[in-house]
Design a protein around this ligand. Structure first.
Ligand code: PMV
Length: 304
């Protein structure tokens, strides 16, 4: 018997970096998914076929944790496939981890609640990466658009509507741990300055939550612009992302910002529908690549 599970990738809407320090963020799941097919193999060793090489450790650790939890002896064969490459920064490691737990729970008929899948997956990623708030795991697990506090202390669905987003890939692979450490070092040496930036970001996240619930997109866009400025002050943006953000705003976006750790990966722009094409063109003109992604996607699920 084979089972197949999938989990969505994510985009950080507001609050990156500050979320690592206990402040809330807003993350949305996207319709680019990671698929995990699992079967009992009858072989001695587990077998993982994961062309997205970066993910095999996440799969391996998830299998180990799952087997330990349910005292399972059988070996499994796992194959993974993705709608997106791990280079883009949409959270393929988190999605593959979450989808692996879901696939195994279905394969061995062991029930795992979404909260348990979140907790197990977060533990696996912490063991491998040593840091992270778990916002990406939450998006992969629960889907939708979430108001999230590190470790899952708060996970609140924001009544989801699809946003008119344009996603631009900078062409540069971001090194998330490097930028998280960089902020941590600055936090040590310039504590009150950095804390002040986090407080301001915290304030924006709270306003953005209401803006999203009220569907007040011009307001949300302006908050995105402010969030981007604060991320620049934190020292995590790069000229390419700044150019893409600026080009989007000039082309009529309500607002734009980098999304994630910074240093590369993607930026997002919130746009009135009639400006979508011109914003996309403007991003391409400065060297960005458009990523077709629809937000507010469903969380982890079994694929028929
Ligand atoms: O680079 P990404 O997309 O994995 O985003 C990292 C976001 C941080 O807040 C910087 C780290 C975290 O785990 O929350």
């Amino acid at each position: 018997m084979k089972v197949k599970a999938s989990a969505p990738g994510k985009l950080m809407l507001f609050g990156e970096h500050a979320v690592v320090y206990g402040y809330p963020c807003i993350v949305t799941a996207v319709d680019k998914r990671l698929y995990v097919e699992a079967a009992i193999s009858g072989k001695k060793e587990d077998e993982i076929i994961s062309p997205q090489v970066k993910e095999s450790r996440f799969v391996l650790e998830s299998i180990t944790h799952f087997k330990e939890k349910f005292a399972i002896q059988d070996s499994v064969k796992i194959e993974t496939r993705g709608d997106f490459s791990h280079n883009v920064g949409l959270g393929s490691s988190s999605a593959v981890t979450v989808a692996t737990f879901k696939a195994l729970s279905s394969l061995f008929n062991k029930s795992l609640t979404l909260r348990e899948i979140f907790d197990l997956s977060y533990q696996v990623t912490l063991e491998i990466q040593g840091l992270g708030s778990g916002f990406d795991i939450a998006a992969a697990t629960f889907g939708g658009t979430l108001y999230f506090v590190a470790g899952g202390k708060t996970i609140e669905q924001l009544d989801g509507n699809k946003l008119s987003l344009v996603v631009g890939y900078s062409g540069v692979k971001a090194d998330t741990p490097f930028y998280v450490r960089k902020v941590a070092e600055n936090f040590k040496t310039r504590k009150s300055e950095i804390k002040n930036i986090f407080e301001k970001i915290n304030n924006l996240v709270k306003l953005a939550k209401h803006g999203l619930l009220d569907k007040n997109y011009s307001r949300v866009g302006s908050l995105m612009n402010q969030n981007h400025k604060l991320l620049r002050k934190l020292g995590v943006s790069i000229p390419k992302l700044d150019e893409m953000v600026k080009a989007s705003i000039l082309a009529g976006a309500w607002g734009a910002k980098l999304s994630g750790a910074g240093g590369g990966d993607c930026m997002i722009a919130l746009v009135p529908a009639e400006k979508k094409t011109s914003v996309e063109e403007a991003i391409k003109k400065v060297g960005g690549e458009i990523v077709d992604a629809i937000n507010n996607a469903q969380g982890v699920r079994i694929e028929k």
